[in-house]
Design a protein around this ligand. Structure first.
Ligand code: NAD
Length: 335
């Protein structure tokens, strides 16, 4: 099987080459390219059986049409989320979509708590102050997490890991999910979304982006939160309506906001860096607030997670070659 690997970074190449070597199989050949997958680059997959794509890739209808015409029958998503894939079109084209769910829930949950702590204790400000030779404590006061309430929205693999971490801090952990996770029953209390918003000192988002969760955090839900709440989003940018978040920050609702994901991620706002784009960028507006910390979708980025992503992606390819179904199938095309 020949796989065209889009949007290759050096760490992707390292982890996938190591995984191919470990597999010791002649069945898989990977060609790495720097361009990301979109309708302009899809034709490069001519002669390949599969493509490997990421959260930033455009796997919409147009892209899938071109991939299908070039003979591609498998899209290997090297990530958990697949909201950027047009599943209906993939089904129509007979293109099988596979993903890597839960490769390292702790990697993302640990980043979520890192953002929460950094916002609470103003670590970014403290770091800069000390570098400027300013050792005063003004503007750095936080709260104890111990004894406070953590509200976790979405208690799948990552949300459950975040619940365990928050319990370790001595927090009361409440959660909202459409399904209850039985593994958490001893220490997590499930409540309605409104109750979670009203009671939590820290709110962390861990549900996927779907129609039902799009702009889950908007001005109405923000108004229901406690004043001085810390909001963390490591899931998907569009769970939060950015314009409303900006209004909420202006209303002094938040002690801190930590974002690993943001609505404009796919627009490459900061790579383009043109004045015009930055002027209209909601992300740039967010960054103008001193209590907002943004990281660039790095929650998954640990050695362990990269190894797990590469190994599971190759296992997915082997399942496809063997014509077997897999729990990592997002659709069942071509089985
Ligand atoms: P998961 O499928 O294990 O868990 C998702 C949970 O969300 C499930 O329990 C589900 O019932 C719940 N959910 C679904 N709809 C909901 C709703 N309307 N309200 C509340 N909860 C709802 O997924 P996971 O592995 O825990 O990943 C969660 C998300 O994290 C992914 O969808 C992805 O967007 C994001 N993610 C981010 C990174 C990163 O690097 N920042 C890495 C991996 C995943």
């Amino acid at each position: 099987m020949k796989i065209l690997f889009y949007d290759t970074k050096s760490y992707d190449k390292d982890s996938f080459e190591a995984a191919v070597q470990k597999l010791d199989s002649t069945e898989i050949e990977i060609e790495f390219i720097k361009s990301d997958l979109d309708p302009r680059t899809a034709a490069l997959a001519e002669g390949c059986d599969a493509v490997c794509a990421f959260v930033s890739s455009n796997v919409g209808a147009k892209t899938l049409d071109i991939l299908h015409n070039k003979g591609v029958r498998l899209v290997l998503m090297r990530c958990a989320g697949f909201n950027n894939v047009d599943l209906i079109k993939a089904e129509e084209c007979g293109i099988r979509i596979m993903r890597v769910p839960g490769y390292s829930p702790e990697a993302v949950a640990e980043h979520a708590i890192a953002l929460a702590l950094a916002c609470n204790r103003r670590l970014y400000k403290a770091y800069n102050k000390v570098r400027e030779n300013d050792f005063s404590l003004s503007g750095l006061m936080g709260i104890n997490f111990n004894g406070k309430t953590a509200g976790i929205i979405g208690t799948g693999k990552i949300g459950a890991a975040m619940c365990r971490i928050c319990r370790g801090f001595g927090m009361k952990v409440i959660a909202y999910d459409v399904y209850q996770n039985p593994a958490l029953k001893d220490f997590v209390e499930y409540v309605s979304l409104d109750e979670l918003l009203a009671q939590s000192d820290l709110i962390s988002l861990h549900c996927p982006l779907m129609d039902s969760t799009y702009h889950l955090i908007n001005i109405d839900t923000i108004k229901k939160m406690k004043d001085g709440v810390i909001l963390v989003n490591t899931s998907r940018g569009a769970l939060v309506k950015t314009d409303d978040l900006v209004d909420g920050i202006r209303m002094h609702k938040f002690a801190g906001v930590g974002l690993d994901v943001y609505e404009e991620e796919t627009k490459n706002v900061f790579e383009d860096r043109s004045d015009e784009i930055l002027e209209h960028s909601t992300t740039a507006r967010l960054l103008s607030f001193p209590n907002v910390m943004i990281t660039s979708h790095q929650g998954f980025f640990t050695k362990e997670a990269l190894t797990a992503i590469a190994e599971t992606t190759l296992e997915n390819a082997l399942h496809y070659i063997a014509g077997k179904p897999s729990p990592n199938d997002v659709n069942q095309s071509s089985l």
